[in-house]
Ligand binder design. Sequence first.
Ligand SMILES: *Cc1c(COP(=O)(O)O)cnc(C)c1O
Length: 374
Amino acid sequence: MRPLRLFTPGPLNTSERVRQAAGRDLGSRSPVATALSAQLRRAVAGIAGCDEQWCAVPLQGSGTFAVEAMLCSLIGPQESVLVLENGVYSQRIASICALHAIPHRVLSFDAMQGFDLAVVEAALQAHPEITHIAAVHFETALGVLNDISGLTALAQRYRREVLVDAISTFGVLPLDVTSPSLIAVALSSNKGLHGLPGLAFVLTRSAVLSRNMPARTLSLDLKAQVEALEQDGQWRFTPPLQIMLALQQAIVEFHEQGGRAARYEVYQQRMEHLLQGMAALGFTPVIDAAHRAPLIVTLAPQSAVRCDISQLNDYLFDRQLVIYPTKHSNPNSFRVGVMGELSLADIDDLLAAFSTFITGAPSLQTPAFQGNAL
Ligand SMILES: *Cc1c(COP(=O)(O)O)cnc(C)c1O
C-alpha cells in the first residue's frame, strides 16, 4: 500500500530511518537511556543556539504539554501575563492561564495578520502590572506569522519577559534566543524536527527556573523535572524512550541535511512549488504574503472554480493524500502544509489530484475508504 502523505500541521511524515530507530526496547535506568536524555537536551539547545545560561527541559506529551508546563512553571503567583491572541494556539494559551488561575489579560488581534506591536506597546503602558508576554510564533491554524524579534525588542525596552510557543517553527524559522527578554520557548518532536510525536521540550533560562516558585502541577513542573534530571539523569515519570530514539535519529538527519537554514530553504521551495501549481488551478492564499511562512498555507478557490471542499477532503484521502480543513470562518478554504518528510514529487501528486478533482476528470479508481488510516 502506498504510504499516506500528510500535508497537515502534524503529525507529519517521518523518514524510514526515524521510524526504525524507535523499534527497540530500552530500560529507563540503563546508561543508554540516561545518555540519550542528556544528548537530546544538548542537541535541542544546540539547534536553538542556546548558550549555557539556557537549559532544555524534556517532557512526555505533545506540544500543548510543553506550552502548559511553560506557563504553569515560569510565572509566579504575583505575576501577570499578557496573552497576544490572533488564532487557535494563542487562544489555547489563554485557556491554560484561565484553568490554572494564572493572572492574565488577553489582547486580541485580527486572525488574518500578525499581531500589531504598537497595540502591544500601548497595552504595556496601560498595564504596569504585566510582567510577562506570551505569544505564538506561527499560528498554524490559518498560517499566520508573528514578529517575535520585534516583540522581544519591545519587551526588553519595557523590562517584561517573553514566553513563546514555537512549536510549528522550531528547527525551521529563525528565533533569536540571545534576546534578553526571551525566557522560554516551547517546542515538540514532530514538527520541524521530523521526529515521532509524543515528546516536547521547554527551553528556558536556568536563572528563571531557580526562582522560588510554587508548583501549579505535578507532572508538568519544569523545575522538578530538571532537578530530577540533574540529580541522577532520570525523568520523574516513564520517559518516552522509543520516541526519544526516533528524535535522536531525526536530529542526525536534520544536521546531515544542513540544519535549520537548509530546512527553511527546502520548505520554501516546496511552498513556492505548491503555490505556483495551486495558482494555475485557481486557488489563492487567504493570508497576505507578508504574514505567511513556508510551513502551511490556507487556500481558497477563486469564485470561478467549482470546488466542494467536503468532497475534496474525501477525494484526496482516498488517494492517501491528507490536507486539513480550516478552523476558520470562511468555510470554503482548506490548509496545505509542506512540513515533514515530503518531496516536490509528493506535491506534484497532490497538484495532479487537485487538477482531476476540479476538472471532474474521471479518476482511474477509487480505493476503498480507510476510515481508520489516519
Ligand atoms: C502543533 C502546535 C501546537 C501543539 O499541538 P499538539 O497537538 O499539542 O502537538 C501548539 N502550538 C502550535 C503553534 C502548533 O502548531
